[in-house]
Design a protein around this ligand. Structure first.
Ligand code: 3PG
Ligand code: MG
Length: 401
């Protein structure tokens, strides 16, 4: 189904060196402490499997967007990530302070079967984002097998994702278990989903999601809109949106998407509106247009009921983007209640797929992540995978089945 070979196709593990590219780009607080380790936990089955079979795991990832200033970039060192990985694996994890070079060669050479080495942040190396073949050639020497378990980074044509597997000529280049699962679930959504298919789409900007919406439209039976992109659609259809957040330069685009959708797009019937952007705001529920002086912060109760009943009719649901200003408690009802509906329909047999960093965090904050069929580890990669009909740069260079 995924079209790609995975770790399952490897038979020779003992003493072999596995270069495992993961996406440990976890959220950090201002001191560099990890605030959510979901992406680390998601890659454990792959790493554990390699270690259990006596492989040597050389684990590599980027972290954040370092600027090339060592002082400011210090919070992006991989030390805390390596420590958390060690706790989760319950075994020692070594770490190098470099990506390539003599210290890394030495560290790789002393690795024993069942041991783990974490390389320094790949983006500290100037070759990473340039997809540099020379850096790739150096890294390629460290591995007997290349494993991509970094679904969240597969939309980046970067050295560790692209040039490196290319440089490992004649050696296996396979998907890890996380990538394999993502491709199975999302591939099924694109190719052969159980119908009806309903998409629930929120978030601030239409402009971020044009290609995503265009790719979804022919595949879904309904596309329910929430979040601030609601107001761009409303305005494009000539409705008043008061002081709501709105992309005024995207009205033409919103109107053309609306036309292309042939009635599949559903907009909220009512809105929770507020007079300011914090929990102490005055709020009210309005139907249709939004009065001056007020701005939309969540879908209203009638819309929650309408969208819940649409979701209950679905056999497959794909959800991206909170439907309200979820971080502020009084504005979080829509997102909460629809997440609850998704949890319920999942237990009744519907396939529910949640994608995009913010949406995954919302579902997790509500304690409902385990109750969805699949919560993708991809943010941009999830959107791009759908938008590009199942193609991402880093997938091109993995071994085909
Ligand atoms: C992500 O979180 O989107 C991936 O880890 C890729 O990171 P990037 O957006 O900084 O390239
Ligand atoms: Mg990103």
């Amino acid at each position: 189904m995924t079209g790609k070979k995975s770790l399952r196709h490897i038979s020779d593990f003992y003493g072999k060196r596995f270069l495992i590219r993961v996406d440990f780009n976890v959220p950090l607080d201002k001191d560099g402490q990890i605030t959510n380790d979901r992406r680390i936990r998601a890659a454990l089955p792959t790493i554990q499997y390699v270690l259990d079979k006596g492989g040597k795991a050389i684990v590599m990832s980027h972290l954040g967007r370092p600027k090339g200033d060592p002082k400011a970039d210090a919070i992006y060192r991989m030390d805390n990530v390596a420590r958390r990985l060690s706790e989760l694996l319950d075994r020692p994890v070594r770490k190098t302070d470099q990506v390539v070079g003599p210290a890394v060669v030495a560290a790789v050479n002393v690795l024993k079967p069942g041991e783990v080495l974490v390389l320094e942040n790949l983006r500290f190396h100037p070759g990473e984002e340039k997809n540099d073949p020379e850096a790739a050639a150096q890294l390629a020497l460290f591995g007997d097998v290349y494993v991509n378990d970094a679904f969240g980074t597969c939309h980046r044509k970067h050295m560790s994702m692209y040039a490196l597997p290319q440089a490992m000529t004649g050696k296996p280049k396979v998907a890890g278990f996380l990538l394999e699962k993502e491709l199975q679930v999302l591939g099924q959504l694109l190719e052969n989903p159980s119908r009806p298919v309903v998409a629930l789409l929120g978030g601030a900007k239409v402009s971020d999601k044009i290609d995503f919406i265009r790719a979804l439209l022919p595949r879904v039976d309904r596309l329910l809109i929430g979040g601030a992109m609601t107001y761009t659609f409303m305005k494009s259809l000539g409705q008043n949106v008061g002081n709501s957040r709105c992309e005024n330069d995207k009205l033409e685009l919103a109107r053309s998407l609306w036309q292309e959708a042939h009635g599949k797009i559903v907009l909220p019937k009512d809105h929770l509106v507020a007079d300011k952007g914090d929990a102490s705001a005055a709020t009210r529920v309005v139907e249709g247009a939004i009065p001056e002086g007020w701005f939309g912060v969540d879908i209203g109760p009638q819309t929650i009921a309408l969208y819940s009943s649409e979701l209950r009719r679905a056999a497959t649901v794909v959800w991206n983007g909170p439907v309200g200003w979820f971080e502020i408690e009084p504005f979080s009802q829509g997102t909460r209640q629809l997440a609850q509906t998704l949890a319920e329909i999942t237990s009744q047999g519907a396939v529910t797929i949640v994608g995009g960093g913010e949406t995954a965090e919302a579902v997790e904050a509500l304690g409902l992540d385990q109750r969805m069929t699949h919560v993708s580890t991809g943010g941009g990669a999830f959107l791009d995978y759908i938008a590009n009909h199942g193609q991402l740069p880093a997938l091109e260079v993995l071994d085909n089945l």
